[in-house]
Write a protein that binds this ligand. Sequence first.
Ligand SMILES: Cc1cc2nc3c(=O)[nH]c(=O)nc-3n(C[C@H](O)[C@H](O)[C@H](O)COP(=O)(O)OP(=O)(O)OC[C@H]3O[C@@H](n4cnc5c(N)ncnc54)[C@H](O)[C@@H]3O)c2cc1C
Length: 545
Amino acid sequence: MPATQNDRYDVIVVGSGAAAFSTVLGAVDEGLSVIMVESTEQWGGNTSMSGGGLWLPNNPLMKREGAADSREEALQYMLKTIGEPGPASSQERIEAYIDSIEDFVITAERHGMEFMRDPDYPDYYPELPGGKIGRAIEGMNFDVKKLGEWKDTQRGVVPIPVRTNDVWLLGRAWSTPAGFIRGAQFVFRTIGGLVRGKTLVGLGGALAAHFANATLVKKNVPLLLNTPAIGLETEGDRVVGVRVKENGRERVIYANKGVMLGAGGFESNQEWRKKYQNVTGYTSGNPGNLGRPIEFAQELGAAVDYMDDAWWGGSLAPFDDGPAGGFLVGERALPYMMIVDGQGKRFANEAESYIDLGHHMNDHDRGGDFWMITSGPYNKRYFRTFSIQPGLMKGMAEKGLKHSAKNIDELAGKIGVPAANLRETVDRISGFARTGIDQDFHKGDSAYDRYYGDPTVRPNPCLGPMDKGPYNAYKIVAGDLGTKGGLVTDVDSRVLREDGTVIEGLYAAGNTTATVMGHTYPGPGSTIGPASVFGLRGARHMAKS
Ligand SMILES: Cc1cc2nc3c(=O)[nH]c(=O)nc-3n(C[C@H](O)[C@H](O)[C@H](O)COP(=O)(O)OP(=O)(O)OC[C@H]3O[C@@H](n4cnc5c(N)ncnc54)[C@H](O)[C@@H]3O)c2cc1C
């Protein structure tokens, strides 16, 4: 049967996160017709639930603000941190990423998206050649009332206008004047928005809302919710459309130019987590990210890579069947705490980037016991974001995942680690705190560690003596912000076969793909950055084809 007008678009986009929206943005910028399909009842994916940072070295906001950076330094840094572990992270792809950052930002701004820079946020290895501070950007706080009815189906959005730079300062709201002032500013911003009748959101919610405003609202791009892509239509070797399930019925939508798979990773697919990663997946991501689009591209011969890897990070252990209780970032860099294994011994720099900590946990004892131990001053001085999550602390305590004790011996007994080991570890880290030098794991050496530390604690803002109780122990697991393995794509986001040939008509970006970042995470926003840039590159290529 010939396709009707409703069944044919220039571009079909599967998913509704950064990769998908950026492709849509590119398509409308090129004057192409485009439709989006989203499997769940909410749009936005992990992008909308996220911190919303985009790591975009040498970006236009830096240039406007006179912050020094260059293509050469960006390339030097990325080659150093990423290496070339596979074709997804080839120098050619890294250069394509760096070279399209300006196009992404300028195009997004032309369509009304507004960004701000995070000038204090360091790269995750700022001391390496080409490393810098202040390469990340984020969407400005956004009034979701502008989205009309789309407001009601946005995923995971928290209705407060928080910003990245608030997060680390708020952690010290009780301990430093700067933290206290930032807390007050944040409260005024929130109240100010309410008084003006706005529903301001921040972080990933703001970024996703900016994308939706530029496309769904301003350009009337159709987005079908509850409509999973279930397969690809081909003519000969070329992908010409997508099979979807809409209202329980199969429908085929055809694409003149191309199909973009921007359907996220497979973090919520426990079978695949076991098969590829030999872990129970404790993700903070979207339950709809099951990896099915990776599979149906593989059925056409697509190559995959990095399937064993994820955007890992230490997370509070879940106390029910839900996702991990809290993804730990700044909490680990503060002083007067440490993370130990089931033997009561430290095994890594607690303040290192989340992906490094996840890798270290998995390499040290995959699926084993790990505890975050906090001592008296930590519990008193620092605002712990996770402790305000309703029911979390109580639930963890009831399930034996959180314990409190007056002294270390009592705590060791409660968490089942050898007391002598735990005492020795406490003595050792307390000694390091006094000299300021962590001889074992170098906590606090890097500017990245210190970003989340407490500057009032000297000589090392990330280390404090742990000789004062009471103590808390929280069970932690190797959680994640999503998976980072998937389809291998070229510089234009075209999906490749094992032999390196292109599957015509098929594109992919974001966590559906093997990331350009390889096994690492060079700086804040290293997943949404490439999802956005390669989404746009795919659309630009479709326009030319
Ligand atoms: C709490 C949290 C904080 C984070 N903070 C940051 C940050 O600050 N910076 C950063 O760079 N990264 C961050 N991340 C990671 C980042 O959010 C993701 O890596 C990124 O958003 C992935 O974008 P994407 O477009 O690939 O997929 P997603 O945004 O996950 O979107 C994929 C969409 O596809 C849909 N889908 C799946 N299968 C199908 C199908 N068969 N048919 C149709 N639709 C389908 C999904 O339901 C989903 O809506 C964070 C993640 C979390 C959870």
